[in-house]
Design a protein. Structure first.
Ligand SMILES: Cc1cc2nc3c(=O)[nH]c(=O)nc-3n(C[C@H](O)[C@H](O)[C@H](O)COP(=O)(O)OP(=O)(O)OC[C@H]3O[C@@H](n4cnc5c(N)ncnc54)[C@H](O)[C@@H]3O)c2cc1C
Length: 465
């Protein structure tokens, strides 16, 4: 690339511009998933909308491949690219809570933990995911599900407004009235439509929760999974509860006697008093054997959101596979138990996150997110600290997914997809894909933003805005 253009860009850009020879380069290009090793030409760490605008201009002038990075948590590393420009938003950390309206404005570099910290003091929270280190931007644009979703919907169902720099460099604010087609597409369509620089969310009253994990021996997994499946539809929506198959980590504070045991876990967060939480869970606990341990207790919501952060630091090897699931048959449960039992590492897991309650009350075509008719979002994640494990993680994840996929829906949650066969992105959006493709043609006709689970611009629909 022309060095003069880089120097000129440095002059216009207030944030840090990082090239391959800079001492910051390796740290700046590192992603959450240690399995991904991308070497961009240039990283533009933006401080404001003006920085984003001139980065897009540079990419257009120099015909550079562009990746957009929020929290850098994406499984296949779609927050970076080889030999192109990374628009890195991680330094844009502003959060402003409006306690009267119960809204929060969030800049695009925030993690969910940044926002939970800022809202908690006002007794509020936005429905995000289950870890505090995940980027708000990528999580939101893909949908966003977590403990508060049964009661308050996906993250996108709580999005009120977004600021976006489009592929042609123009800046727009979009909501249900302004550029409503763009606003529809942003709610699930990923990073396909522009660089979102800030989000305005609806928050909800959440202070202390009754929360934590409950672990059963794998010998009880069949009974627990069936009981959980049957319990969930009548459980109060204040109870967020996902189920997983995993291994007890060989680390404190887990009881040494159980280190390395394969387990079935239900991880819960009940927004309400301890007594109400115990009452909500009782029908499940009454229907299953005694757990190995039950760590449900009262805690501040941000503590629950950060509960697994220490176990899963940046830089581990991750291999993901995901599917949407409508029904969980007894036969499918047996397939899960068999394959989870072959997991290649202590951290590898399978989780099923509920899609019900408020998530289901939003119409199938009200947002781009394509699975309001599913019941769970499944993720299989092979995880380990050793780079040498990468092939074993992939092998296990693929074999597990192939065995269980026939029981599931065709598509999966885009935030849980990795290296997918052709057609999976379309399947994940279902009937909404065509409309997404037309909106892509309108806002990004040359597919500048293609380092993502890509929605190709419709050929016949290059309408002007
Ligand atoms: C440990 C872990 C736990 C997780 N738990 C959950 C969970 O509970 N619930 C859930 O829903 N998901 C969960 N996820 C998945 C998570 O939502 C995705 O990995 C998501 O892509 C992360 O967003 P990010 O901003 O950190 O990613 P990045 O890697 O920075 O970006 C991911 C994608 O988003 C796009 N993007 C990022 N920022 C912007 C922007 N400002 N404008 C336009 N496009 C942008 C990029 O194009 C890229 O394709 C989890 C992931 C991990 C690793």
């Amino acid at each position: 690339m022309d060095q003069n253009a880089i120097e000129q860009f440095r002059g216009q850009h207030r944030g840090t511009v990082i090239e391959r020879h800079d001492s910051l380069y390796d740290e700046a290009r590192a992603l959450y998933n240690g399995m991904i090793d991308k070497r961009p030409l240039l990283i533009a760490r933006c401080l404001d909308v003006a920085d984003v605008t001139c980065a897009i201009q540079l990419a257009r002038d120099q015909r550079l491949l562009v990746a957009i990075r929020g929290g850098g948590h994406n499984g296949p590393g779609l927050g970076s690219c080889d030999d192109g420009l990374v628009i890195d938003l991680s330094a844009m950390k502003g959060v402003r809570v409006d306690p009267e309206r119960k809204t929060v404005r969030v800049e695009a570099g925030c993690t969910t933990g940044d926002v939970d910290h800022a809202t908690h003091v006002f007794g509020l929270a936005v429905p995000f995911g289950i870890m505090s280190t995940t980027g708000v931007a990528g999580l939101t644009l893909g949908g966003g599900m977590g403990y508060l979703s049964r009661k308050h919907g996906l993250t996108i169902d709580n999005l009120i407004e977004a600021d976006v720099v489009l592929a042609d460099g123009t800046f727009v604010t979009t909501d249900r009235e302004r550029h409503s087609d763009l606003f529809w597409a942003l709610r699930g369509g990923g990073g396909n439509f522009g660089v979102v620089t800030s989000f305005l969310f609806q928050a909800h009253p959440v202070r202390e929760v009754y929360a934590g994990p409950i672990f059963w021996d794998i010998a009880d997994a069949r009974v627990v999974m069936r009981a959980y499946r049957d319990f969930l539809p009548s459980a109060p929506e204040e109870l967020g509860a996902f189920i997983g198959l995993k291994t007890v980590p060989c680390a404190d504070p887990f009881p040494r006697a159980h280190w390395g045991k394969r387990v079935c876990a239900v991880v819960c967060s009940h927004n309400g008093s301890v007594a109400a939480g115990q009452q909500a869970l009782a029908p499940l606990l009454d229907a299953v054997p005694r757990p190995l341990f039950n760590w449900m207790s009262a805690m501040p919501f941000p503590a629950m959101q950060a509960l697994f952060d220490g176990l899963l630091p940046k830089g581990l090897q991750w291999y993901w596979k995901g599917d949407f699931v409508r029904t969980l048959s007894d036969e499918a449960i047996d397939v899960h138990i068999t394959h989870a039992g072959r997991s290649p590492s202590a951290l590898s897991l399978m989780h099923l996150y509920p899609i019900d309650g408020a998530v289901r009350r939003v119409g199938a075509d009200a947002t781009a997110w394509g699975a309001r008719n599913a019941t769970w979002s499944m993720v299989i994640a092979g995880i380990d600290s050793a780079a040498e494990s990468a092939e074993a993680l992939k092998h296990w994840g693929r074999a597990y997914w192939q065995a269980v996929h026939p029981f599931n829906l065709e598509g999966g949650y885009v935030n849980f997809l990795m290296d997918e066969p052709a057609g999976r992105v379309q399947a994940s959006y279902g009937d909404n894909y065509e409309r997404l493709s037309r909106i892509k043609a309108k806002f990004d006709p040359t597919n500048l933003f293609r380092v993502n689970h890509n929605i190709e611009p419709a050929k016949s629909a290059r309408a002007s805005r």
